[in-house]
Design a protein around this ligand. Structure first.
Ligand code: GDP
Length: 445
């Protein structure tokens, strides 16, 4: 996950403040030096880090942090607010044309994830009720056209392509837009050619496509793992082409996160989405405030709730919430929940969105489930009587032995399942109390 080490370092900086009864200006300066080092180690642009610290210092002095009741929380709040600003302030949406089709042009270097992102974006827009189509405007690499066609087939979205030699990307884009009307498609996503490095010829071609089709959105797809090079790439594309936004891919593999933190400040171009896996649903809308809280490990509740809402049957979820409130969570519920949680993807990713969970999620690895494990759980739970499923406290040694035999498992497996169930129950309690708590409350440091 991105920002892990930055999160740890920031927590350390704040902890050093917490050990003091009352904090002085020197204490704040020391903590901010730590914050600056943490940012630089996360590969944040030097000037961006310097300005960031200067703004925090100014605010901290203005807010009379010193001698206030809870100076550490005040500092954390200031850092949180500034981090949100740094990441772009508020969410930047993509523009949807009042008169269809909305034309989205994806640009970027080869390997950045453009083709994959074109597919992900189509899936995302379809979920918003749109009818997207994809356009293969990379005429130089037949493999690139093929790749987009494979993506299109996989997600069941039509791909406009011309495979004959000598086809011109500007004409392809224009024809695709005309075709979209007949095909009743209201969003046209153009996958343009990439190169290994920025070159004049490519830029001219992109400028020509822009001039011919006037896209509503020109989005740069850039690989976050290349760190500061991503920022430089964004700067160049923005100068030549005028970008409306950036899609930062492979954030799942970028431990440092420096590009995410610098792009908006350096280029003025907002990040609109991030890529978080190779799969077609691995695209997330970028919310600066949520990302800031995630970096500070204040928890990212809204994203959590949205991903849960996306995957979980609403009626069932309501029912579950009622049971949680009454503390009536049974092994039957556990099984049904595990089945639903599987749809959300790895449990660890979900846990990463919860406040304070950044640290302990590694320790909870053993409650992560794969489908084999779900089947194992199913077998064990089905070997229990109704009374046992409803009230696991009655599961003594002999009952556990009987269940193990009945399900073809070992007693250790039954014990392990019950431990997992307990962990889940604890986690639910934690979620429940957080839901009751005030939103935006800062965790105790
Ligand atoms: P293009 O050359 O810019 O069209 O890049 P591709 O779409 O072919 O992507 C290059 C590689 O990056 C492929 O292996 C993709 O599966 C992978 N990829 C793209 N986006 C992401 C992402 O957000 N996360 C991860 N882990 N891999 C990604």
């Amino acid at each position: 996950m991105a920002f892990e080490s930055l999160t740890d370092k920031l927590q350390e900086a704040f902890k050093s403040l917490k050990s003091k009864g009352k904090i002085s200006e020197d204490d704040v300066n020391r903590a901010l030096r730590q914050v600056r080092t943490a940012l630089l180690e996360a590969d944040v642009n030097f000037k961006v880090a310097k300005d960031f610290i200067a703004r925090i210092k100014e605010k901290a002095l203005g807010e009379e942090v010193f001698g206030s009741l809870n100076p550490v929380q005040t500092v954390v709040k200031i850092v949180n607010d500034e981090l949100t600003e740094l990441l772009g302030g508020t969410q930047s949406r993509i523009m949807i044309a009042s008169k269809p089709p909305t034309i989205i042009m994806l640009v970027g270097l080869q390997g950045a994830g453009k083709t994959t992102t074109a597919g992900k974006l189509a899936v995302y827009l379809r979920k918003q009720g749109k009818h997207p189509m994809l356009v293969a405007a990379d005429v130089y690499r037949p493999a690139a056209i093929k790749q987009l066609q494979v993506v299109g087939a996989q997600i069941d979205v039509p791909v406009f392509a011309k495979e004959e030699a000598g086809a011109n990307p500007v004409d392809i884009a224009k024809e695709a837009i005309e075709a979209s009307t007949h095909m009743l498609k209201d969003v046209v996503i153009i996958d343009t050619a990439g190169r290994l490095a920025i070159d004049e010829e490519l830029m001219n071609e992109l400028v020509n496509i822009k001039g011919a089709v006037h896209p509503h959105e020109i989005l740069l797809v850039v690989d976050s793992m290349i760190g500061q090079d991503a920022v430089t790439t964004a700067e160049t594309f923005n100068e030549k082409l005028g970008l409306d936004g950036v899609i930062l891919t492979k954030l799942d593999g970028d431990a440092r996160g420096g590009a995410a933190l610098s792009i908006k400040a350096v280029t003025g171009t907002p990040i609109k989405f991030t890529g978080t896996s190779e799969k077609m649903d691995g695209l997330e809308v970028f919310y600066p405030d949520r990302m800031a809280s995630r970096i500070l490990d204040l928890g990212d509740f809204k994203s959590l709730l949205e991903s849960v809402q996306g995957a979980i049957d609403e009626e069932e979820a309501k029912e579950m919430a009622k049971k949680m409130a009454k503390n009536n969570f049974t092994l039957d519920d556990f099984l049904s929940q595990m089945q639903q949680v599987r749809k959300l993807g790895p449990l660890q990713n979900i846990l990463g969105l919860l406040p304070g969970m950044g640290k302990i999620k590694d320790q909870l690895k053993d409650i992560d489930m794969d489908s084999k494990e779900i089947r194992r759980i199913e077998a064990i739970i089905k070997s229990m009587t109704k009374a046992e499923r409803t009230n696991p406290n009655i599961l003594n040694g002999s009952r556990r032995k009987r269940i193990a035999e009945g399900s073809g498992m070992r007693v250790q497996d039954v014990n392990r399942l019950l431990k997992q169930f307990e962990e889940a129950r604890k986690m639910m309690k934690k979620m429940q109390s957080m839901r009751k708590g005030k939103r935006g409350m800062l965790p105790k440091l």
